[in-house]
Design a protein around this ligand. Sequence first.
Ligand code: SF4
Length: 237
Amino acid sequence: MSLDRVASGAPSAKKTPSVLRLPVHQRLKVNEIFYSIQGESTFAGLPCVLVRLTGCQMRCSWCDTPYSFYEGEWQSLDQILTTVAAFNCPLVELTGGEPLLQPGAETLLTTLCDAGYRVLLETGGGLDISRVDPRVHRIVDVKCPGSGEMENNHWPNLDHLSDRDELKFVVADRRDYEWARDLVSGRPLGCSAIHFSPVHGSVEATELAEWVLEDQLPVRVQLQLHKFLWGAETRGV
Ligand code: SF4
């Protein structure tokens, strides 16, 4: 990938103290900001600026972004907005880690909406989404048993979904599939799309597709497009 798609925006050692003096809603710890093809959700395939925040309270067994747990630099809201604007792209996603862990995340989402961007939020589903700006498209994980984090789903989130929102189940095996199938079949969910995504190396995508067809489940089998384009291990794409 070309370097001009990456803008980690790491402030210098001199800048960090002044950023830390800002109110908590005006600064965020940023892991990376980059311009890529959106790999998931109904927005897959579109050019998108991704802002990845640092930190996550979960530890999913199959997590593919463990580098986001601790790595990052504090940036002001203005610094982030300047970096995003430089890519001249109308679609922006806030992701992590768990972006909602930081108090400034909701402010950033609203500010991006106010600036006219189409804004996506990718959240692990363990924190309350109800205070997120309603203009944001919320893409919410529901953690299946194989993740090891099922107990940490914030279940009231399912009552706050709108037709702007999407749910994602990452499926590691047949047990996860049946658990997710029973959940989506057992209650109405007010979102626009439900995605079932196979864990790379745990379950074959074709196997998952066959299960979905067999049960005539109205969900989308989702593959992570960016991993096909740039490889499963490549960061910043
Ligand atoms: S919620 Fe996301 S970032 Fe956090 S451990 Fe799970 S997969 Fe990784």
